[in-house]
Design a binder for this molecule. Structure first.
Ligand SMILES: Cc1cc2nc3c(=O)[nH]c(=O)nc-3n(C[C@H](O)[C@H](O)[C@H](O)COP(=O)(O)OP(=O)(O)OC[C@H]3O[C@@H](n4cnc5c(N)ncnc54)[C@H](O)[C@@H]3O)c2cc1C
Ligand code: SF4
Length: 340
């Protein structure tokens, strides 16, 4: 671990000024991802800017527009907050599928959406990795790539984004609120995380001098509260990252699908969503034929490698199962996990 200095920011303006003053500084919130990466020498910030004492960022507020989740609200608080659990249960379910209670108590909303990939080569500072050191190479292309991407990858990087919460946020069309030197701006979540393209070192479109201050869920996403599921498939039934996950929300009119949202986790550098797959479902019966048609569109162009080709069929089956559970109004339970 490198030597670093520490600053406790008292305000958003103070944190932004500290970021502007030192391009090698990093924001720390819960620290559950950043401190691990520092111990592995993957991240080497010159200064940690602790934002946990900034007032006002640890609140969830409700309005006609929807809900605003402050960047410092813990994952536990989000999952169990009545405004989230009642109106956007898909988000609660996705959060409860991740990590452990202890980690969720410490992890914050801003930290979760900015957490970095779990690619094992990325974590091993002795090996090359284009995400750590641009131009050094990607050992995962020919190495052990069981957890890696089947969609949207490039020859520069085939890592996946690990967050469960972000998959639900993608399906709910969340907006990321950002503060920066020029003032505040908002980015739709679909444009927040990046595909690797030629610069995999950049995970998001957040500027190095900017700070996430909150996440907004628009009220119109309430229409999926009755028919939704977060289905997470992984090597163990808990405390494991997703091989494939599906966030599905349906708006039903009788047996007909009036509207649909589907996002996949564990398959790409960002939560994977393709609106054409949702359009396929609109106006159709909620049956396996419709779900399979949507899965085909969502997975179009999927490319497997030596160890992860199985994920294509796994994802297809997961989409069909998740849409079936959503249509039936029997969401996947995150506390009672069984293999059916
Ligand atoms: C053992 C283990 C298992 C896990 N399992 C899962 C899992 O199954 N599913 C899952 O989704 N996650 C899982 N996680 C990841 C966990 O959810 C993240 O570590 C956590 O959400 C990060 O939040 P944090 O507040 O601790 O972030 P930090 O570690 O403080 O920060 C993470 C990154 O975000 C940046 N950052 C933090 N806040 C802001 C902000 N407001 N604006 C801009 N940048 C910011 C930091 O600079 C840093 O780069 C696991 C973690 C561990 C250690
Ligand atoms: S997949 Fe991406 S993160 Fe993993 S080794 Fe290759 S470049 Fe690095």
């Amino acid at each position: 671990m490198n030597r670093f200095s520490y600053l406790r920011a008292e305000s958003v303006e103070g944190a932004l000024a500290a970021l502007a003053a030192d391009p090698a500084a990093k924001i720390v919130a819960g620290g559950t991802n950043l401190l691990d990466l520092m111990k592995y020498d993957v991240e080497q910030p010159s200064r940690l800017i602790d934002i946990t004492r900034i007032e006002g960022l640890d609140e969830i507020t409700q309005s006609e527009r929807g809900i605003m989740i402050g960047a410092l609200v813990s994952n536990t608080t989000i999952a169990y907050h009545p405004a989230v659990a009642e109106n956007f249960p898909l988000l609660s379910s996705a959060i409860l599928a991740g990590a452990t209670p202890q980690l969720r108590n410490a992890a914050t909303a801003g930290g979760n959406i900015n957490q970095r990939t779990r690619c094992y080569y990325f974590y091993d500072a002795a090996l090359p990795c284009n995400k750590r050191e641009p131009g050094s190479g990607c050992p995962a292309l020919e190495g052990v790539n069981r957890n890696h991407a089947i969609l949207g990858a490039s020859d520069d990087c085939i890592a996946t984004h690990p967050s469960d919460m972000c998959v639900a946020l993608a399906a709910l069309d969340a907006l990321i609120h950002i503060a920066g030197p020029q003032g505040q701006r908002t980015i739709p979540i679909a444009q927040y995380h990046r595909l690797p393209d030629g610069s995999p070192e950049r995970d998001t479109t957040l500027g190095a001098d900017e700070l996430v201050i909150g996440i907004e869920i628009p009220a119109e996403a309430r229409r999926f509260m009755g028919n939704h599921t977060y289905l997470k498939l992984r090597d163990r039934l808990s405390y494991a990252f997703a091989l494939v996950s599906v966030a599905a929300g349906l708006q039903m009119e009788g047996d007909t699908i009036a509207d649909a949202r589907i996002a996949l986790g564990g398959v790409a550098h960002k939560p994977w969503r393709r609106p054409q797959a949702e359009e396929v479902l609109i106006g159709r019966a909620a049956d396996e034929t419709s779900f399979a048609a949507a899965a085909d569109v969502l997975l179009e162009g999927a490319q497997g490698r030596k160890h992860n080709a199985f994920k294509i069929e796994l994802a297809r089956r997961a989409i069909i199962r998740a849409l079936g559970q959503a249509a039936a109004g029997t969401p996947q339970s995150q506390s009672d996990k069984r293999i059916a």
